[in-house]
Design a protein around this ligand. Structure first.
Ligand SMILES: Cc1cc2nc3c(=O)[nH]c(=O)nc-3n(C[C@H](O)[C@H](O)[C@H](O)COP(=O)(O)OP(=O)(O)OC[C@H]3O[C@@H](n4cnc5c(N)ncnc54)[C@H](O)[C@@H]3O)c2cc1C
Length: 397
């Protein structure tokens, strides 16, 4: 078997992997970024909605090349159809752009390459190399050829289905109540507001999920659904609920589907452990998706940046032990953990609410003088109207 040596091998060239690769390479490390697919960012597995604020943090300037549409705000729809429209100043924390995700991911990978990282497509990691119980690299299949890639540290950026963590002995198991099964159609010839992301709550998407309509220009949108895993009794529940929603909506039911996207998101508060000796998990592999919104691109990119910076420091000391890498864990926990926990607890409560209570909540939010809509502010309004609902985590609101 051919052997290759580098400082850092990163498994997965999604946002987490590419940003980690960029920062580690900028730190002077010899980085190899592996991607099992033949093209970065394709096929699509995303609704493509992001907020704007965090992009500059990871050194990205907005670029029309990867922005499909800029949003003016968001529309929240209650189960019985009450709508609540938020303009951008109110909704700015949760919506901003609808991406051309395949181009966005390529732009991130391009930055990694500019910084000096090597990118190997059609190269799937198949296991970790272990010597004396320590991870010392990965085995991979590179276009049919088996290779061993030795590295000081392995970064698991391999997304929701991550295997790197499990191979390295990290517990990555997910409860069915802590995941959502998702299905999305790229629809054309529909009649939705072209500059508002729409979120439909309630039993249309059982178990605390929602239906989304994210426009990509006039008459075209990503229309999708997330259904909690424990509510899925067969393999096709998300399809059943999405088709039902579309058939009953006169704006959508005459449209056509040009693309079908399936996938899953975690809705837990992050893994208990995201580092071990010589191994770091980032992005979806570390389960850093927001448990309420299902959005994970920002957290993936941010965790990748933290990992890349910490790896640079570890390399200076020649120490990639769990203890040395725990600086990465501290960085993402300081920035994200409270929010992930709060939103996880809120999700647990919302998943059990009836359509009537959700209707009431949407009306209460509509009547409030909320200045910016984010999960935190919404919970504050809910705390006033339904204090019992948030009693278990009221100190976080
Ligand atoms: C239907 C759906 C809609 C979503 N909508 C949104 C949204 O609107 N906004 C938002 O912010 N988030 C959304 N998300 C979540 C978002 O897509 C993820 O949080 C984000 O992609 C995480 O980035 P990542 O780099 O951690 O993982 P990924 O983007 O999943 O990248 C992982 C990469 O690793 C590669 N890989 C996996 N295993 C191996 C291996 N063994 N060897 C080599 N390569 C490997 C994969 O091919 C993939 O390219 C959505 C998710 C789904 C499923």
């Amino acid at each position: 078997m051919q052997t290759y040596e580098c400082d850092i091998v990163i498994v997965g060239a999604g946002p987490a992997g590419s940003v980690a690769a960029k920062y580690a390479a900028e730190g002077g490390l010899d980085v190899v970024l592996l991607e099992k697919r033949a093209e970065i960012g394709a096929p699509l597995r995303c609704a493509e909605g992001i907020s704007k604020k965090w992009l500059s943090e990871i050194g990205m300037e907005p670029d029309p090349k990867w922005i499909s549409a800029e949003m003016d705000g968001a529309i929240i729809v209650s189960p019985s159809g009450h709508t609540f429209k938020l303009d951008e100043s109110q909704a700015g924390n949760e919506v901003g752009y609808v991406l051309e995700r395949h181009l966005f991911d390529k732009a991130l990978a391009e930055q990694a390459s500019k910084a000096g990282a090597k990118i190997w497509l059609r190269t799937a990691a198949t296991g970790v190399i272990k010597e004396d119980g320590l991870v010392t690299g990965v085995y991979a299949n590179r276009m049919g050829e088996k290779i061993a890639i030795r590295a000081d540290c392995v970064v698991g950026a391999d997304g929701f289905e991550s295997q790197v963590g499990r191979w390295a002995g990290i517990d990555t198991t997910l409860d069915l109540t802590d995941m959502c099964s998702c299905l999305q159609y790229r629809m054309v010839n529909i009649d939705v507001e072209p500059n508002y992301c729409e979120f439909v709550l309630g039993s249309a998407a059982p178990g605390g999920g929602y239906v989304w309509i994210f426009p990509k220009g006039k008459g075209i949108a990503n229309v999708g659904i997330g259904v909690q895993g424990s509510k899925c009794k067969s393999g096709a529940d998300a399809k059943y609920y999405l088709d039902k929603f579309i058939n009953e909506d006169p704006r959508l039911n005459k449209g056509a589907v040009l693309e079908i996207v399936g996938g899953a998101v975690s809705t837990c508060p992050g893994l208990e452990e995201t580092v071990t000796d010589n191994v770091v998990l980032v992005g979806d592999a570390a389960r850093l998706i927001d448990p309420i919104t299902g959005g994970g691109i920002c957290h993936a990119a941010r965790s990748g940046m933290y990992a890349g910076k910490v790896l640079t420091e570890c390399a200076k000391k020649g120490d990639f032990s769990k203890e040395a890498l725990s600086t990465y864990e501290k960085m993402w926990r300081d920035k994200m953990e409270d929010k992930l926990w709060r939103n996880w607890m809120a999700k647990e409560k919302f998943a059990a609410l009836s359509d009537e209570v959700l209707d009431d909540l949407v009306l209460a939010i509509k009547e409030s003088d909320i200045s910016e809509v984010n999960v935190y502010n919404l919970l504050k309004v809910i705390k006033e109207k339904y204090p019992d609902l948030v009693a278990e985590f009221e100190d976080m609101i």
